[in-house]
Ligand binder design. Sequence first.
Ligand code: THU
Length: 160
Amino acid sequence: MKEVKIETQLKVYNDINELPNDIQKLMESAIDVRGNAYAPYSKFKVGAAILLDNSEIVVGSNQENASYPSGLCAERTAIYYAGAKYPKAKILKMVLTASSQNQVTETPIPPCGACRQAIAEYEIKQEQPIEIYFMGAKGKVVKSNSLANLLPLGFDRSFL
Ligand code: THU
């Protein structure tokens, strides 16, 4: 028997103003599109913006459904659209913001497990890390240099 320790490394910015200019701009796109979320059930709105290596920005917001599991998170709405519209482009950066109607969300909101799995698929496919930045509605922003940092022991195509 041996014990294995898994570590991850993140960067924490105090707020959006501390971010590099291009990320600030990307985050502003995510904040804008967060307003387009269709979230009548959870009242929790999420916006995602993706920068591609062809300089295009693709955005997405969460889209809910009366049949709850039929809804889709902002991250997957955005990344599947990027894959559908620009199948050859590489994803360089992805930024996320979330806001709840019930409270001012100051905690950085990370992507859910299902979205991490979806983003991991594209990171593996393109053989290049995707930078991820996530925040709440205001306050601190967390950066991960790659999706892999957020999904240790992930399931991937090598097991199939
Ligand atoms: N949601 C996202 O859009 N992304 C996540 O990573 C977590 C959750 C959405 C799904 C649902 O519409 C609402 O937030 C509450 O879970």
